[in-house]
Each structure stands twice: as structure tokens, then as C-alpha cells.
Design a protein around this ligand. Structure first.
Ligand code: NAD
Length: 502
């Protein structure tokens, strides 16, 4: 039995904090200091089954609760999240390492999905076709799929869970969230606020854990749908196993996002965009720009000269440092992995223009910091180009023509995001039309769709048929039912008045 203490977290099952029975605890680090700030119980099979059972038991009543009543609970939830905003973003920055403004952005983008889901009565309205044959009408409605599961990554502790559960709950499903074991506190706070907002017990549950917890969820007979966001190999595994088990699965995965710079682009705008998009949140964003493709030698040279001083000037520090623009990486293990990619790039023959490996952060000597790194003359056959590094490491790949840039983008195995910077409308239009990428920006480096549109990549950045949130989210979390009715003449022709005199 795991004991809940001030520094030992819990699962949230059936509206209660639960220690779990695994006897196993994971460490949660403050990446800025390298210290352990809390422990989290890692669920075993029995813990996960308890959460799934709670969600299954709560399903019939919640599914038949009118959509407007469900939406009102989300309205209360939104107000409570705003009241507790400071507490939430502080814990998020402490466990993740991102700056406080970044954590606020993380929460705000998530809350936008809550705002979208608050309109669920309108979104669930069905289609009606009158008289499809003589006296026959047909109508289509969307009903909840059942118990839904969310498995989320470390890099957006609020936004990514909020991509999923507000819409799932609004549609009448119950939910089990398995957040990243590296950043669990945000999800636990959100769970408590849902209960305070009036959500019935068991409708939303959080289990913490790793592979054992995920595998139990993937095979649990009561689970109907799984939303995953994380790395590609794990996502592909979850998609395969989940589908084999007959579940509906959407798995949003890794990325290598390119930004193409045309010779006519506004270079100041380009450099500002790259600094934020490549180094913001230490490059640990699935929509981070990790490859810049300048078109033509002259563009490449100008860009390189403008980028170097800006990367060198990046202010690196923990979230308590108000001036910090970029925080640490998530764990020591991940820091070592990213550093090994920097060493690999040198071995592969790329030019390491800026090496951030020796960065010094006062007070953060044991933190997981890495300074911004820049590689030039990267080529498409190098592993540092092909693989997702997920750190503040930017690769310049020089090309001679626009056509070559498009070919490069299209040949990459990932297809999450891509952007083009140009003043030429024809070029921009051709780019948006031609690239095989899910989310495309024109003079916008991180083209993240808003809540009422849908988010999702192509190629090996997404497994499944649905993108996330927006109407795609409503479709993922509902099943279509089409009903055809015929009513033969019955009591309409009958006479009901008393016939006297006979
Ligand atoms: P991750 O794949 O390591 O973990 C994601 C989730 O899967 C976590 O909850 C984790 O506990 C679980 N998990 C990890 N290994 C597992 C295994 N072997 N079996 C079963 N479950 C397992 O990802 P991460 O490091 O937390 O997050 C970074 C990754 O997420 C990056 O690749 C990034 O591109 C991706 N990401 C993608 C999007 C998107 O929308 N496409 C958004 C955010 C992050």
C-alpha cells in the first residue's frame, strides 16, 4: 500500500485521493535544481482496474445527463481553474522547468478547449432528413463511446490532457487519464477542480504510472477509446495494440518541423520567429522548429549571421528567474540524450556553430540545463536531421531552390508542422497546397490550430483517423447512430368521441 504524504502524490479515483497498492514510487524532479521535489505512486494492474471500474460504473448516469448540464459543469470548472491559475502554473513550472509565462500559455491553450466544449449542446445537434421514403424519416445522432483513456506526454502538463477530457466528458463519456509520470501534479489539481465544479464521482479519474499502467489500460475490456500524445515508437505501439483490442485509437506522435526561408522573407521577422520556435520551452515542443531551410546561399549566410548573436544572447534559467527565456530539459537522462545528439552531429560532419553544452546557470549547477545549439551544413542523410532530438538544437539545411525545399519537407518521415516565410503569395499558396504536412504556417512559425479547429500531423506524426479537439474531437469521442422511422397510420384515423343513439 502506498502512503499519501505531503511529498508523496496519489491517484485520483472515484473522486478520492488513493495511494494505490503497487508499493512502487517514481521520482519527480525539479529540473532547474536537479532535486527530487516529490514522489509519485506507479500504478499496478489492480490500481488501474479500480480506475476503469469507477469510470465504467459512472458511465450510464453521466451519458444520459443532458448535454447542457454537462456543459455547465465545465463552465464551473473553467472558473475554478482561473481562480487557481497561479497554483497550477507554479507546480507546472516546478516539475517541467518551463518559464511561468510558458506555463500560463500551456494552461490558457488548454482552457480554450474547455471553452469550446462548453458549446457541446450545439455541437451534438444531429441531422434530420424528412420523408426519405413515403412516411419514412431518417435522423443521425452522436452518442458517447464509453470509457475513454488519455495517455499524455511531459511537455504540456495542462494543455495536452485538456485537448482530450473536456470534449470527451462534454460528449457524455467517462475518462481515465494517465499523465506523464514526470509531471503528474497538474492533472491531479485539475481532477480535484472537476469534482469541485460538480462532476460526479468516477466520471474523471487519474492513474499515475508507466508501461504497466498503460498496458493495463490498452487491454481493459471496459475501455472503448484511447487518445495518446507522445513519442512515435510508443504511439505506434499503442495504436497497434489498442486497435487489436478493438478500441478506437488516436495517437499523436513525434515531429521534425521545417521552416523554409525564401530569399524575399523579412529577415528580422524570420529570426524572431526562429528564436521563439526553436528554443522556447528548450525545444521540448512537438511543434518546435528543429530544421530551418534557407533557400539560396545568400539567404543562408544572412540568416546565419543574424541568428548567431541572438542564440548566444538567450537567457537561460529556472522558472523563478523572471528574466529567463529558456528553462532546463526535463531529466538528466534526456539532457544526456540531447548532448549525445550534439556530439553525433559533429561526428556526422555538420558544422557546430554554437555549442550550448558548457552553459553555466548560477544556482542551477545541478539542473538539467543546455544552452542553445546551432548546426549548419546539415544534410538529409544525417541522423541529427532525420531523428527528433527534442531539445534546443537547431539544424540549418541549405538548399538551392524552392522545389528542393519542398522535396525535403515532403520526404521526411514526420509530418506534424511546417512553415514558410516569404512575401510572395504564389509561393506561399503553392507551399500550403503541396506539402504533405498536417499543420502549415505562412509567416507563422508554430501554426498550432486553435481549440475549435483540430490539431494533428500527417505521416508518422499521427496514427489513427482523427485529429484532436475541435469537431474532430467531437467525432472521435462519439459514435454515429442513424435511425430510420416509419409510422403506419394508427390512432390518427380512429374516432374517439362517443357516438350516441345506437
Ligand atoms: P513518451 O512517449 O515517452 O511518453 C508519453 C506517454 O507514454 C507517457 O504517459 C508515458 O508514461 C507513456 N509511455 C512511455 N513509454 C511507454 C511504453 N514503453 N509503453 C507504454 N507507455 C509508455 O513521450 P514524452 O517524452 O513524455 O513526450 C515527448 C514526445 O511527445 C515527443 O516525441 C513529442 O514530439 C511528442 N509530442 C507530440 C505531440 C503531438 O501533438 N504530436 C504533442 C506533444 C508531445
Amino acid at each position: 500500500m502506498n502512503k499519501i504524504t505531503e511529498r508523496t502524490l496519489y491517484h485520483y479515483i472515484n473522486g478520492e485521493k488513493v495511494g494505490g497498492t503497487s508499493g512502487r514510487l517514481g521520482d519527480i524532479f525539479n529540473p532547474a535544481t536537479g532535486e527530487i521535489c516529490a514522489k509519485v505512486p506507479l500504478a499496478n494492474k489492480a490500481d488501474v482496474q479500480q480506475a476503469v471500474q469507477a469510470a465504467a460504473a459512472a458511465l450510464p448516469t453521466w451519458a444520459s445527463t443532458p448535454p447542457l448540464q454537462r456543459a455547465r459543469i465545465l463552465m464551473n470548472f473553467r472558473a475554478l481553474v482561473l481562480q487557481h491559475q497561479d497554483e497550477i502554473i507554479t507546480v507546472m513550472s516546478q516539475e517541467h522547468g518551463k518559464t511561468l509565462p510558458d506555463s500560463l500559455g500551456d494552461l490558457t491553450r488548454g482552457l480554450e478547449v474547455v471553452e469550446f466544449a462548453m458549446g457541446i449542446p450545439q455541437l451534438l445537434k444531429g441531422d434530420f432528413s424528412e420523408n426519405v421514403a413515403n412516411a419514412v424519416d431518417s435522423y443521425a445522432i452522436r452518442q458517447p463511446v464509453g470509457v475513454c483513456v488519455g495517455i499524455t506526454p511531459f511537455n504540456f502538463p495542462a494543455m495536452v490532457p485538456l485537448w482530450m477530457f473536456p470534449i470527451a466528458l462534454a460528449c457524455g463519456n467517462t475518462f481515465v487519464l494517465k499523465p506523464s509520470e514526470k509531471v503528474p501534479s497538474t492533472s491531479l489539481l485539475l481532477a480535484e477542480l472537476l469534482t469541485k465544479a460538480g462532476l460526479p464521482k468516477g466520471v474523471f479519474n487519474v492513474v499515475n504510472g508507466e508501461k504497466e499502467a498503460v498496458d493495463t489500460l490498452l487491454t481493459a475490456p471496459d475501455v472503448a477509446a484511447i487518445s495518446f500524445v507522445g513519442s512515435t515508437l510508443v504511439g505506434e505501439y499503442i495504436y497497434k495494440v489498442g486497435c487489436e483490442q478493438g478500441k478506437r485509437v488516436q495517437a499523436l506522435c513525434g515531429a521534425k518541423n521545417h521552416l523554409v526561408v525564401m530569399p524575399d522573407a523579412d529577415m528580422n521577422q524570420v529570426v524572431d520567429a526562429i528564436i521563439g520556435a526553436a528554443y522556447g520551452s528548450a525545444g521540448e515542443r512537438c511543434m518546435a522548429i528543429s530544421v530551418v531551410v534557407p533557400v539560396g546561399e545568400e539567404t543562408a549566410q544572412r540568416l546565419r549571421e543574424c541568428l548567431i548573436p541572438r542564440i548566444r544572447a538567450l537567457k537561460i534559467g529556472g522558472y523563478t528567474d523572471e528574466k529567463a527565456e529558456m528553462g532546463p530539459l526535463i531529466t538528466m537522462q534526456h539532457l544526456q540524450k540531447v548532448k549525445s545528439y550534439v556530439a553525433l552531429g559533429v561526428d556526422e560532419g555538420a558544422e557546430l556553430v554554437i555549442d550550448g553544452r558548457d552553459v553555466q546557470v548560477v544556482g542551477g549547477e545541478k539542473g538539467f540545463f543546455l544552452g542553445g545549439c546551432l548546426f549548419d551544413h546539415v544534410t538529409a542523410n544525417m541522423r541529427i536531421y532525420k531523428e527528433e532530438i527534442f531539445g534546443p538544437v537547431l539544424a540549418l539545411v541549405r538548399v538551392e531552390s524552392y522545389g528542393e525545399a519542398v522535396q525535403l519537407v515532403n520526404a521526411h518521415e514526420y509530418g506534424n508542422g511546417a512553415a514558410i516565410f516569404t512575401r510572395d503569395g504564389d509561393c506561399a499558396r503553392n507551399f500550403t497546397h503541396t506539402v504533405n504536412i498536417g499543420m502549415v504556417g505562412v509567416n507563422v512559425p508554430i501554426p498550432v490550430p486553435v481549440a475549435y479547429n483540430s490539431f494533428g500531423g500527417w505521416k508518422r506524426s499521427l496514427f489513427g483517423d482523427h485529429a484532436i479537439h475541435g469537431t474532430e474531437g467531437v467525432h472521435f469521442y462519439t459514435r454515429l447512430k442513424t435511425i430510420t422511422t416509419r409510422w403506419t397510420t394508427g390512432i390518427r384515423g380512429a374516432q374517439f368521441h362517443f357516438k350516441g343513439g345506437s
